[in-house]
Design a protein around this ligand. Structure first.
Ligand SMILES: O=C[C@H](O)[C@H](O)COP(=O)(O)O
Ligand SMILES: C=C(OP(=O)(O)O)C(=O)O
Length: 449
């Protein structure tokens, strides 16, 4: 649909191409009005911040840093509250501290946050007790509630997504620069957690070491400003192209286009068609771009993504997020890495150990086994180790709350526990304890390389 003539030139070239996974908005006029409003709204992030992230991701591509990207599968409008945002951030900060200290590597921290409101789905409809309704596509499109009314796509939700993203980002910026993320708070992030959980206790021991190191540095007269704030970036899947285009602006410094809805956006497994609208859109913007690579990805496709999205071969521009499944990663990944490396391109390679490892439990809950998640990351590391390339990071669905959505972990969740706190709007997330377990285990793998 051609929605707006005022969009920056080049930002809407995708409109003549097939766009997968777009909602069927019932009222085109209403969509047009919403987009006109969105076009007039201020940017959520600045082009210069996107460039800064690109330079951090260049370090990842060059083997000098590790990407920690994580957050909800699907953010929800009713979860835009201080506690939930702080808990998520706290979990990522704790994981970041574990990885930085235990693996001795700079960690680039990127949330699946402040924009992750849209979901690609396997099926257009959902059936419960003989009733079939349109599937839930994220709070940016329709309601989670299983009623005909809630499931009608409503473009006003695009504006709610903008405002929810703005509030979230505002709080995240306050937390990360206003003292909460000061490394001296490394114990405070754990206070509500340490007693009850093995990973919390392990973390506490590490936090004491970090404290000692900080005290030592202070005694030597060094108290670096870098420890008082944290660089934290926001990312989401660029799924709803009308929204992303409405938030695409021309950078006054360079004349280039940036999608100012988030610092980094990625193209998902279901929308990465080379002749499709999503890749075309991503090719026009200058943000760092991720592309999810499932087990069917061919080396030729991977090389074509590089030609389309990173024609200048700029490290940090392109991140390949590998999500093959624990049973396939060791077979499928080596050829991709070999061919990409041989081409001379320098992309960041990151493991998403969640999306290839989903199954349905007998109770009907969609879940993932912690051991499969871990095994996929192990396979990812093994492949890179054997090829002498850099395992650049992890991309994980997680929450700071004590949910029971994935099975396993040190504080073990059993299949029979799933119903207790199964709160995700879409896919199962690691809870805080499982997330910290993963961070410790990944740090060991990284150190052991
Ligand atoms: O988060 C990813 C996808 O949106 C999700 O895995 C699709 O889930 P579905 O197969 O239930 O549609
Ligand atoms: C949908 C997602 O993943 P994928 O495209 O890899 O299935 C996601 O990360 O939310």
């Amino acid at each position: 649909m051609t929605v707006n003539a005022e969009l920056p030139t080049g930002g809407n070239t995708w409109q003549s191409l097939p766009a997968a996974q777009q909602p069927e908005w019932p009222d085109p006029e209403a969509l047009r009005d919403v987009i006109a409003d969105l076009v007039s709204y201020p940017p959520l992030v600045f082009a210069g911040e996107c460039d800064q992230l690109r330079s951090r991701l260049a370090d990842v591509a060059e083997g000098k840093a590790f990407l920690l990207q994580g957050g909800d599968c699907a953010e929800a409008f009713d979860a835009v509250g201080a506690d939930q945002i702080r808990n998520k951030l706290k979990t990522l900060l704790q994981m970041g501290a574990v990885l930085t200290y235990a693996a001795s590597v700079p960690v680039v921290k990127v949330g699946r946050i402040a924009g992750q409101y849209s979901k690609p789905r396997s099926k257009p409809t959902e059936t419960r007790d003989g009733v079939t309704l349109p599937t839930y596509r994220g709070d940016s499109v329709n309601g989670f509630e299983f009623t005909p009314q809630a499931r009608i796509p409503d473009p006003e939700r695009l504006k709610r997504m903008y405002h929810a993203s703005a509030s979230t980002l505002n709080l995240v910026r306050a937390f990360t620069t206003g003292g909460y993320a000061d490394l001296r708070q490394v114990h405070a992030w754990n206070q509500d957690f340490v007693k009850s959980s093995p990973s919390g206790q392990r973390y506490e021991a590490l936090a004491r070491e970090i404290d000692n190191a900080l005290n030592f540095m202070a005694a030597c007269g060094t108290d670096p400003a870098e420890f008082k704030t944290v660089e934290f970036y926001a990312s989401h899947e660029a799924l709803l192209l009308d929204y992303e285009t409405a938030l695409t602006r021309t950078d006054s410094r360079t004349g280039k286009l940036y999608d100012v809805s988030g610092h980094m956006v990625w193209i998902g497994e279901r929308t990465r068609q080379l002749d499709g609208a999503h890749i075309e859109f991503a090719s026009r913007i200058s943000n760092p771009i991720g592309v999810k690579l499932g087990p069917a990805t061919t080396p030729e496709e991977a090389l074509s993504y590089i030609d389309r999205l990173d024609p200048d071969r700029e490290p940090g521009r392109l991140t390949f997020v590998v999500r093959m499944g624990a049973d396939k990663v060791r077979d499928k990944l080596p050829t991709l890495v070999e061919k990409v490396t041989a081409s001379g391109a320098r992309v960041a390679w990151v493991s998403d150990p969640m999306h290839g490892n989903t199954f349905e439990a007998a109770s009907g809950h969609k879940t993932r086994r912690f051991d499969d998640v871990l095994d996929e990351v192990k396979g990812f590391f093994e492949v890179h180790h054997s090829l002498g390339t850099h395992p650049g990071g992890i991309h994980v669905e997680l929450t700071g709350d004590d949910v029971t959505e994935c099975v396993g972990g040190g504080d073990e969740i059993f299949v029979d526990d799933l119903h207790q706190r199964y709160e995700t709007a879409c896919d199962p997330r690691l809870n805080r304890s499982q997330s910290l377990d993963l961070a410790f285990l990944v740090a060991e793998m990284y150190r052991g390389q």
